[in-house]
Ligand binder design. Structure first.
Ligand code: LAG
Ligand code: CA
Length: 477
């Protein structure tokens, strides 16, 4: 059965939303590997529809969620060769690639069909060449049994068999359909892809999902089964736990709790909760926002600045769940807007994604924020330890130990916090992994001043050797 990354590996995943393959590869080598990230969730790699116009959006990002075939060459993010190079380069740097696997459906109607990104001609319910070798197709009988839109979301049969957003719903009960999905996924695994974020899992009947996941090969290099997490908006009709036999699940209850808690300065309850949505931490993938919520329910995103990064730091500091850090491009308020594209580069249609560049405002690069990347190191240093709460002040301030390996404090308020707390961290002076400055532990106590919306995070291995980066708050006792 699928296993999460082993303890001691970095377990933090970053979703490099819409990054092209060359840019992901470069980021693995330049930043992610050296900073202790364990994985990258990439956008769907299979051939997709091309939608040249849509309510002001330019080739919307959501093209990728409408597969036309399972060919991985010539998507908006690059060629098959570039994809394979990326997987290898990331693996060399200890970073797993997680593919966003769209297996519930193919395309919407898109006004009667068209040509996909790799040139495949398609109609809704007719996809003539799934692997580019002329050997496998989907036709109308591979879909259904329901060909209508999901209308009653309280009816589990409809949710799993009818059409999400009018997208042609695959008959995943069919052995032939399962075999094709499995061929697609195992082709990626054999290439070294280390895991999957399964799109719209809730819309695939559990037994069908179990059959597909159970047929996955072992990952060369990393070893073991791929690490799988399912996208499930758990509710009373289809609970999260329906999918926990087949991997982890995206815990939207945790997301709501942490995003609202930090937005409202009400965070002290977040340290003690070991159950969000009826899931244990081992069963959960956790996040503050994702590519959908930052558009459709943006409680807390990079747009909110320090408070958002503080929430992300908290998620990384605490032990519940496997964290996914969102990394966005700036869609400037237009939720359909595609990623920055490069019509000039041998790309007449204009939908090939430009290389990511964190020094421009087009790419937000939340994962490079110093608080976030520092907390990835903190998380790796305290891996396997429990959480012991050490201090609270009102509802917006809390501090805790992670075993004897780390101490972290969070101030989700607009005023600075003069903190004095007990800690099990050994005496010494430590760099602040969550921001500028350093702090000293003496006689089992830490004293520091946390600025508004600031955090302090100290860990073993982060002792100041000769000079800490000095000055700056939070600072010396
Ligand atoms: C997901 N998880 O279960 C993705 O996280 C989410 O981003 C996907 O929706 C969805 N499931 C289907 O894979 C995205 C956009 C939708 C878009 C859809 C297909 O949020 O807006 O739908 O991808 O491209 C678009 C239009 C719809 C239309 C549909 C079919 O917005 O109005 O019905 O295409 O033509
Ligand atoms: Ca389905």
């Amino acid at each position: 059965s699928p296993v999460p990354l082993q303890e001691g590996d970095g377990d933090t995943i970053v979703h490099l939303f819409q990054w092209n393959w060359d840019s992901v590869a470069a980021e693995c080598a330049d930043f992610l590997g050296p900073n202790g990230y364990g994985g990258v969730q990439v956008s769907p790699p299979q051939e997709h529809v091309v939608v040249p116009y849509s309510e002001g959006g330019n080739y919307p990002w959501w093209q990728d969620y409408q597969p036309v075939s399972y060919r991985i060459d010539n998507t908006r993010r690059g060629t098959a060769e570039e994809f394979e190079d990326m997987v290898a380069t990331c693996a060399d740097n200890g970073v797993r690639i997680y593919v966003d696997a769209v297996v519930n459906h193919m395309t919407g109607p898109q006004e009667g069909g068209s040509v996909g990104s790799a040139g495949t001609e398609w109609q809704q319910y007719e996809y003539p060449d799934l692997f580019g070798d002329g050997g496998a197709a989907y036709s109308r009988d591979d879909f259904g049994p329901c060909y209508d839109t999901i209308e009653d979301w309280n009816d589990k049969w409809q949710v799993q068999n009818c059409q999400l957003l009018d997208l042609a719903d695959l008959d995943t009960g069919s052995p032939q359909v399962r075999a094709r999905i499995t061929r697609y996924l195992n082709g990626l695994v054999d290439m070294g892809v280390g895991g999957f974020r399964v799109d719209a899992s809730k819309h695939v009947p559990e037994d069908d999902m179990g059959a597909v996941i159970g047929a996955l090969n072992e990952v060369p290099g990393f070893g073991g089964a791929p690490h799988v997490y399912h996208e499930v908006y758990g509710d009373q009709t289809v609970p999260y736990t329906a999918y926990t036999p087949y991997g982890q699940v995206t815990n939207f209850d945790y997301k709501r709790d942490i995003a609202a808690g930090f937005a409202n300065g009400d965070i002290t309850g977040l340290t003690s909760i070991s159950d969000h949505g009826g899931l244990s931490g081992d069963e959960s993938v956790v996040f503050v926002d994702n590519h959908d919520t930052q558009r459709y329910e943006p409680t807390l995103t990079h747009v909110d600045g320090d408070r958002y990064y503080l929430a992300t730091a908290f998620m990384l500091a605490q032990p519940y769940g496997t964290p996914v850090v969102m990394s966005s491009y700036d869609f400037r308020g237009n939720e359909t807007e595609g990623p920055p594209s490069a019509p000039e580069d041998g790309n007449p249609a204009g939908w090939i994604t430009r290389d990511s560049d964190c020094s421009t405002s087009d790419w937000v690069c939340e994962h490079r924020n110093e608080t976030v990347s520092g907390m990835v190191a903190f998380r790796n240093a305290v891996s396997g330890t429990g959480l012991t709460e050490r201090a609270q002040d009102g509802t917006a301030r809390v501090a805790f130990d992670r075993g004897e390996a780390g101490f972290a404090a969070f101030n989700a308020s607009g005023q600075s916090w003069e903190l004095e707390s007990e800690t099990a961290l050994p005496d010494g002076t430590y760099d602040n992994a969550a921001g500028p400055g350093s702090a000293t532990v003496a006689d089992g106590r830490v004293t520091a001043s946390l600025p508004a919306d600031g955090a302090l995070a100290l860990h073993t291995g982060g002792e100041c050797e000769q000079d800490c980066d000095g000055g700056g708050e939070p600072g010396e006792p």
